[in-house]
Design a protein around this ligand. Structure first.
Ligand code: LLP
Length: 426
């Protein structure tokens, strides 16, 4: 994060708080959330995409605090379950600035969204159109704008698990098969829902821009086709997916540049096809939350495997960061509690789970004298680490410690074994 510094004793400070102090007060492992960094990124997106609606994709990192900051900085909120919607309610997020996603929303979830009066619902299937139309009469005061999620047939340049716009995956109405067009016509013919536009989300952690441009073009193409029949779709939501730098090899496109690219691609295609320019929206999650988080661990064991590498085992693992195992994600690690002038050695940071795939950082370097008791930090864990955390081996999930201007506070408490046992009522 932007406020991270290392003092002369080698102690990492985040938000003006030494991580040694965090470890002492709250224990390890712990997620450290840099509030100023998160707020700064919300503002950066707000400014770069000033002419867009910006929905913070709350799935990336959702706490009351992050939802509140998104609200205060003028962002809107993307939620995709009743659980995520509960956070919007908890911080009084203006309902009209909440958008509901999900590829298999239940009737209860749709009802909850209508009850709260969300501004947009992104519909992903025919069955959902049926459910939504059937529910509307029970909520006469709720008239959400509807967007249809379109599978644009673009293969995003990212890991297969997080590419979401080619045909062979579960999201959206297919463009190439004509399903998307048919869905639009069906909604228009029924006349029950207020159709505002189209939506596409091509995937996540995408560092190139071609996929976004291709998706935008295809959506404008569909819009133009529908416009010929007098169907006007004033909005176009291009989803999220903007990649961040996990290592120095990743070169993300700055927000302002991305805004320009999207704006230009849409405007150009609209001009070419002779249609009006729609109101644009994006849904960044990782690009806002990712850099603002770091995970703090305590080293427990160190095994030097001669000629191979050194395995550094920490007090957490794949339960607090499953991304390395799930998406072959790359992270870096640093010694965070002391100085060392030992030479760097190749390490693999592993956890304490019963699984050889329990790797937090696949390949990076730590001083060769790394030893039990050392504090280490893994930066860039703000997005999808806490969100994807689980309890394999009955390991309680770490707390989230927010740091700001030299002060630390626990915003999500550490889970306990008693919390986990409490769910077992057998
Ligand atoms: N909009 C929609 C409809 C989405 O499905 C997502 C993410 C976003 C926006 C935000 O995408 P972002 O800007 O954060 O890339 N668990 C995976 C990421 C899954 C992303 C799911 N959808 C990971 O840890 O990499």
């Amino acid at each position: 994060s932007t406020t991270a510094t290392q003092d002369q004793d080698g102690v990492l400070n985040i938000g003006g708080v030494p991580v040694t102090e965090i470890a002492e007060r709250y224990g390890t492992p712990a997620y450290v959330f840099d509030e100023a960094d998160f707020r700064m990124r919300c503002t950066t997106y707000r400014e770069a995409f000033h002419d867009f609606d910006i929905y913070y994709a709350s799935k990336a990192f959702l706490t009351r605090t992050s939802a509140r900051i998104a609200k205060e900085t003028g962002l809107s909120l993307d939620v995709c379950t009743e659980g995520e919607l509960a956070y919007a309610k908890a911080v009084d997020f203006p309902p009209e600035r909440v958008l509901m996603h999900g590829n298999n929303k239940s009737e209860a979830e749709l009802a909850a969204a209508l009850e709260y009066g969300v501004g947009r619902i992104v519909v992903d299937s025919r069955e959902e159109l049926d459910r939504l139309e059937a529910l509307l009469p029970s909520f006469p005061n709720s008239r959400p704008g509807v967007l249809l999620r379109v599978t644009v047939g673009v293969r995003a340049d990212t890991h297969a698990h997080i590419a979401t716009a080619h045909e062979d995956q579960k999201f959206g109405f297919s463009l190439v098969s004509g399903e998307a067009e048919e869905a639009v016509r069906r909604v228009v013919d029924n006349g029950l829902l207020e159709l505002r536009g189209l939506h596409s989300h091509i995937g996540s952690q995408i560092l190139t821009t071609q996929g976004f441009e291709a998706a935008a073009k295809r959506l404008v193409g569909l819009r133009a086709k529908l416009a010929e029949d007098g169907i006007d779709l004033p909005e176009l939501d291009l989803g999220g997916g903007f990649g961040i730098a996990y290592t120095s090899e990743d070169q993300p496109t700055p927000a302002a540049e991305m805004a320009d690219i999207l704006r230009t691609a849409v405007a150009k295609e609209c001009a070419q096809l002779g249609v009006s320019v729609p109101r644009l929206a994006i849904e960044p999650g990782r690009a806002i939350a990712g850099p603002s988080g770091a995970t703090l661990y305590r080293v427990g064991t160190v095994k030097h495997r001669e000629g191979i590498r050194t395995f550094v085992a920490v007090d957490g693992g794949m339960s607090d960061n499953v991304r390395t195992a799930l998406y072959a994600a790359t992270y870096t690690v640093q010694l965070a509690g002391r100085v060392s002038d030992a030479a760097p050695t190749l390490v693999r940071v592993v956890g304490k789970h019963c699984d050889a795939g329990d790797v937090v950082v696949r390949d990076d370097h730590l001083p060769a004298d790394v030893r039990a008791g050392d504090l280490i930090a893994v930066p860039g864990t703000g997005a999808y680490c806490r969100s994807l955390a689980h309890n394999y081996n009955q390991i309680p999930r770490p707390p989230v410690i927010a740091v700001l201007e030299g002060r630390a506070r626990e915003i999500v408490r550490r889970e306990t074994v008693a919390d986990l046992m409490g769910l077992d009522v057998g």
